[in-house]
Design a protein around this ligand. Structure first.
Ligand SMILES: [Zn+2]
Length: 249
């Protein structure tokens, strides 16, 4: 069984969660905002396989100053219950839809980076394409080494920089049908790779009309193994070990 390195478990129906968890060794359950943090914490207390990460997803409107303080205060109070800060990052897709003040998002992300450093926890990042270089700048500025770029997509230059810095990426089941992701798998060292579902986000191809669930990662492992010239067992062992060490499970 594999570890799902990034899932929005709080967005599933409560009844579906026990069965879903049977398919994974552990899941890293990330949070969207304060209510999501509270729910994720509850799930991590109810199920030993669930490891919580607390943060604020960047693809949404920013909080008021008071709401932001309340979120940071809550995370500080529950820091001993989290394995990481996340999901945090920059609003790449929101920016395609409307004009936004990027500097406010960058400032918020920097606060989370400082918080992760203060508590010595890994950080789970939503930072794709051009945003990845901005996030690398911030991580380097604060000497962060434990960074996980989930569902990463970006150009060769930033890929080289991330490998050099020892940052991790995770791939979703879309690696079974996306040529760009297969190219990324070829380039990125397997020692810096994890697998995830980002569930309940839906996938296409062989996963069309299926509820996203950890079994889908078996197919991702097959793709990784074939690209890297390994057996699926070898690839699964390396990926699981990476995730266990990275999240200190
Ligand atoms: Zn996510």
């Amino acid at each position: 069984m594999l570890i799902d390195a990034h899932i929005h478990l709080d967005q599933y129906k409560e009844n579906d969660i026990p069965t879903l968890l049977e398919e994974a060794e552990h899941v890293i359950a990330v949070s969207m905002n304060l209510p999501s943090c509270v729910k994720t914490l509850k799930l991590s207390k109810a199920y030993a396989k669930v490891k919580a990460a607390f943060g604020f997803h960047p693809e949404q409107s920013l909080l008021s100053a008071a709401e932001e303080e309340a979120l940071f205060e809550w995370i500080r109070q529950h820091a001993h219950d989290m394995v990481a800060i996340g999901e945090v990052g920059l609003p790449y897709y929101l920016r395609q839809e409307k004009a936004i003040d990027d500097s406010m998002y960058v400032a918020l992300l920097e606060r989370f980076i400082v918080l992760a450093k203060e508590f010595n926890k890994p950080i789970v990042l939503h930072a794709v394409y051009e945003d990845a270089a901005i996030v690398c700048d911030l991580l380097e500025k604060h000497h962060i080494t434990k960074a996980h770029f989930h569902w990463f997509k970006g150009d060769d230059e930033v890929v080289e920089r991330m490998i050099h810095n020892g940052y991790f990426i995770s791939v979703t089941p879309d690696c079974t049908y996306e040529a760009d992701i297969q190219k990324l798998i070829k380039k990125y060292p397997i020692e810096l790779m994890m697998v995830e579902t980002d569930g309940p986000w839906p996938f296409e191809g062989p996963f069309d009309n299926k509820q996203t669930s950890p079994w889908m990662m078996d197919h991702s492992i097959e793709v990784i193994a074939s690209i890297k010239g390994l057996t699926t067992q070898e690839a699964a062992r390396i990926i699981t070990r990476n995730t266990t060490i990275f999240y200190n499970l």
